[in-house]
Ligand binder design. Structure first.
Ligand code: SF4
Length: 312
């Protein structure tokens, strides 16, 4: 089955998901949401039945907690850094292409859930801006999830980026393989392999339980091409805000050749404030005492208008 066919099987109907997971009667489901349910079957199969406490479920189930009117629509002030609606320039030497609004899954805490993505295009305006700014050495492909684009569209984009001499690195920000590892197909690997620029992956993963043998194998196929795979994790209340949970995640990552890069404090986005963990560095200090340094990511917060991520 192709990854696109698998994606079409995602749970998008909340009643259907509630029945599949045998959710308790009276669960305060958010039946209508501007940011709809979108959950790959692979992840749904990892969720404990008849419980609202499952940490994978909590990341994807729309509930009435989202109606609490706190947080910001654009918590990291993306809008202030737009060169175009598909190109952001926040930090020195790097620009970020918003490749698409689509994802393999909709995480309830997504800081870009209110972003006005607008229609997709061929990125000609963005490529022109990038080619004219010689200070830019790295292009981040983000979204949404860049792996939502077809192999052909990604191939064309990489080919065009490869023609810009001052661009040295292309970084994919993705969570796609966590839901649909079949996305790492032969055609995708081939287009990565032939790209003459250094490619880097940053994988969003929040729990060791999100990983499985198929996902790790798909990631290994990328790593075999000489592509470093860094990871980023969002600290989420009721999901991964315990020392043991994070320790298990970071050790699972390093045991499989993945590099824990960032642990993010939640971006305070409207509708997701129930996930916020009060600022506290004790958690990291406890991890520091138990893990080798290379298994400990940087604990950071994104502050709008800072020159980089703020280290906590
Ligand atoms: S995969 Fe990333 S971009 Fe997509 S909804 Fe989740 S956090 Fe947002």
């Amino acid at each position: 089955m192709s990854w696109k066919a698998i994606q079409k099987e995602n749970f998008t109907d909340i009643e259907e998901l509630a029945a599949f997971l045998e959710l308790p009667y009276g669960t305060p489901l958010l039946k209508k949401s501007r940011f709809p349910l979108n959950l790959p079957r692979r992840l749904a199969l990892k969720i404990r039945k008849n419980s609202l406490e499952d940490p994978i479920l909590r990341q994807f189930l729309p509930t009435e907690d989202e109606n609490v009117p706190s947080g910001h629509k654009d918590p990291v002030q993306d809008i202030s850094f737009q060169k175009t609606s598909h190109l952001l320039h926040k930090y020195a030497g790097r620009m970020l292409i918003i490749t698409t609004g689509a994802c393999a899954m909709n995480c309830r805490f997504c800081f870009r859930q209110n972003y006005e993505y607008g229609p997709g295009g061929d990125f000609s305006q963005e490529l022109q801006i990038l080619s004219q700014d010689e200070t830019i050495e790295e292009v981040l492909l983000s979204g949404g999830d860049p792996l939502s684009l077809s192999n052909r569209r990604l191939e064309i984009l990489l080919e065009k980026l490869a023609l810009i001499p001052h661009i040295k690195r292309i970084r994919f920000h993705t969570r796609f393989p966590i839901g649909i590892p079949e996305r790492i197909d032969e055609a995708f690997l081939a287009l990565l392999e032939k790209c003459p620029k250094q490619i880097i992956f940053t994988l969003h993963v929040n729990l060791a339980e999100e990983l499985d043998a198929d996902i790790l194998l798909a990631l290994k196929k990328i790593a075999r091409l000489g592509i470093p795979i860094l990871t980023q994790t969002v600290l989420l209340r009721g999901v991964n805000d315990k020392v043991e949970v994070l320790k298990k995640l970071f050790l699972t990552l390093v045991n499989n050749g993945l590099i824990p890069y960032y642990l993010h404090q939640l971006d305070p986005v409207q509708g997701a404030m129930h996930f916020e963990v009060p600022m506290n560095t004790d958690l990291l200090q406890a991890l520091h005492a138990e893990l080798p340094g290379y298994a400990l990511p940087r604990f950071v917060k994104e502050e709008p208008f800072a020159k980089g991520k703020t280290l906590l």
